[in-house]
Structure formats: C-alpha cells, structure tokens
Design a binder for this molecule. Sequence first.
Ligand code: DGI
Ligand code: FE
Ligand code: FE
Length: 192
Amino acid sequence: MKREEALAIVRKQLKEQRYIHTLGVMETAVELAALYGADVQQAELAAIFHDYAKFRSKEEMKHIIIEQQMPQDLLMYSPELWHAPVGAYLVQTEVGIQDEHILNAIRYHTSGRPNMTLLEKIVYIADYIEPNRSFPGVDDVRALAREHIDRALLRALQNTIRFLMGKNEPIYPDTFHTYNDIAKKLKGVGNS
Ligand code: DGI
Ligand code: FE
Ligand code: FE
C-alpha cells in the first residue's frame, strides 16, 4: 500500500491532533529505519497505522479483546493499552494489511514485549520521540535513539514506568517484561 492511500485511510479514523502525531511518528520511523537498516516501507506503514484504533469505544475494544481471544489480562489494566492489539486486528480486518511484522509493530507499540524485532523497537521509539512530543526526558531519548536503539528503548520504558508509578497507576506486566528483557541484554546477563 502506498503512503498517500494509507494516510487517507487513517485520517478518517483520527482527530486532527492525533493525525498530526501520526505524521510525526511516520517521519521518525522512516528516519530510524534508514539509520538502522530496517525495511523503510514496513516502518512507514506500521507508523501510519499504529494508532488506528485510538478512538474506538472501550466497549468495542473490550468486545474484540474477548472475541478474538487476545490476552485477557489486558482487561485488568488501563484501557489506554487496548488500542494497540485492537489496532493490529482492525488494520488486518478493515484495511487488509496482512504483513505480520507490521501488525506486530502495531500490536506491541504501547507495552512492548520481550524479544522485540527491530521494526517493533523503531515504531515504539518513534511513537515516543516524534517531533510533536514534549515531556521531561524526551530530548535524552531523541539523542539516544540515533546512537543506540536499545538504550533509547530502556530509557523510554524507565520514563514510562516511572511516570505511571508517579500517578499510582498499575503497570501492565509486559511493560516490565520488556524493560527487564532490554536491561538484561544491555548488561549481558546470561552470557557468562
Ligand atoms: O497512543 P499514544 O498516546 O501515542 O501512545 P501509547 O500507545 O504509548 O499509549 C500511551 C498510553 O498508554 C499512556 O497514557 C500510558 C499508557 N500506558 C503505557 N504503558 C502502560 C500504560 N498504562 C498502564 N496502565 N500500564 C502500562 O504498562
Ligand atoms: Fe498508541
Ligand atoms: Fe501514538
């Protein structure tokens, strides 16, 4: 699918600010894909569709999570997490994207998961650092992202976990699992 066609499809699903965010994620994901030698077209499409389900109702998302036998523990955590796996499903069924690499990058863009692919990391980080984002620490992750993607990912996960804990929010286990996976790999735990 071509960029313009994909953008026209996603634009109808999103409010203006979210569409602008999506353009930022697209631009950043393309840049990171070129930098790290990932497939630029996959990165572009995954970024364009990453927030496809952002404005679906909680009821619809909950129904899909149950009906499609997605991990049911999602329902015990913030609905903010739901648009990622539900988005992957809707992008497959409504838009017709069948590329599992793209669908997984959408599916795991909010929580991450252990053993993330390069494409999944790129979409996760691009979502976090795209030019319209402004929150404490984002510039550090922007710089790290161009140097060492795993160090950028670790920092983004630390910031997210810290931010959520500061609000007394429950943390979805996969968010911790992703953090632990990257932290261990960076330390070389298990290699000795
Ligand atoms: O959809 P975006 O706003 O572009 O970004 P996102 O898909 O990373 O979603 C961020 C939201 O998800 C934000 O409100 C924090 C929330 N979130 C991310 N990880 C977790 C989480 N919420 C809970 N409760 N637990 C998590 O592990
Ligand atoms: Fe999102
Ligand atoms: Fe996003």
